[in-house]
Design a protein around this ligand. Sequence first.
Ligand code: DX5
Ligand code: ZN
Length: 225
Amino acid sequence: MKDFLISPSILSADCARLGEDTANMLASGGDMVHFDVMDNHYVPNLTMGPMVCKALRNYGITAPIDVHLMVKPVDRIIPDFAKAGATYITVHPETSEHLDRTLQIIKDYGCKAGVAFNPATSLSYLDYVIDKIDLILLMSVNPGFGHQSFIRSNLSKLCQARKLIDISGNYIHLAIDGGVKVDNLSEIADAGANMFVVGSAIFNTKNYQKVINTMRKILDQITHS
Ligand code: DX5
Ligand code: ZN
């Protein structure tokens, strides 16, 4: 397994040609698919549901799909995404009345579980659930839209999260989501992230392969302790 994973967010893909654009991104070197689900309630935007996830699977997308749920309430929709082919299901603690139960639902349906942290959300939620998760996703923008600027306080938060993962001894991915570009990738990786959600910096260019290759080269020069 690769140390570093590039997880392009199809929020910035061409919605009218989503299957083709996603396949093109994967053929260009993306490791997985980041699937942003927004409900116009928890976040001020409305995007894709389980039907679209299922449609991507039916189209032939076999890569892991990380379904990032920005949906409140969240529990009811989890089984639908599991049945639609999600690999990871990542939830925000604020969207659940009972985070432990929500994570258990994700596991019960055979998916890997992730917890997402907004820029102002404390990592203390991890105190009692770190043994139940496969992925920690730090939001480096406020959730709702692509193409926002990276909030730099997340660099120290990444270091904190990396320490917590190391202390736990568990195999947990540390993902960063929002404002990730070629220019800031190196310092983000140095801070401890191993999974990089990248939307506009890939999909708003013509040559996905060129950007992904450039990112890969930057990451190749970094080794985690
Ligand atoms: C924001 C989403 C992100 C977004 C990232 O709420 O969770 O995944 O698509 O897009 P960029 O890379 O353009 O900031
Ligand atoms: Zn996301």
